[in-house]
Design a protein. Sequence first.
Length: 201
Amino acid sequence: MGEVAYISPFPARAKLISMDEKPRLPAQKFSPNDIKDIDSLLRAARECAYYCGSKAIGNSRHVALSDNVTDSFFVYASHNITKSEYIAYSELTIKSKHLFGAAAAGESEFCIGLSEGSLAQRVFESAQVQASSDLYCCFFARSCHDCMFSFGQQSKRFMIGNNQLGRESYLPLKKELLSQMAGVLRSKKKGMSLSEIAGGV
């Protein structure tokens, strides 16, 4: 059996088990001596208590290095994933598809580095996004579409750095900026993050 993923912290001396091993454990009953006083009861409970990892329940398939996965498919190195598919390096996700490095995402698709987002599509490295699409390095966007490096916007479109542009101006600039961002990604082997932008890194 491969490596087991545990999301919940556990004591150093805890007994660990994977979801696959759980059915092989024998059913244990406490003896009359085990229940005669609280110390005996706690001792007996400790003997049969295990921390279970790599939990994938319901209709879940193709789950690896993940824990607390429910009704989800193709999940890797993630936890607390529900009714989602094609998820990697993510947490607290529900009813989403094609996410990488997402946290607290719901009903979202094709996102990388989305944090606290719902109803988001094609979002890259953005946080607190709702009902928005085609965002790059944005923070607090509500009902926004086609924005880059924009912050605190609502019902806006075709913005770069909180500057409102026309569609004709925005699209060529977007193409050039995305090309430069891809170059940075290729050379540094990592994308830019909101925290790095805010911290001047």
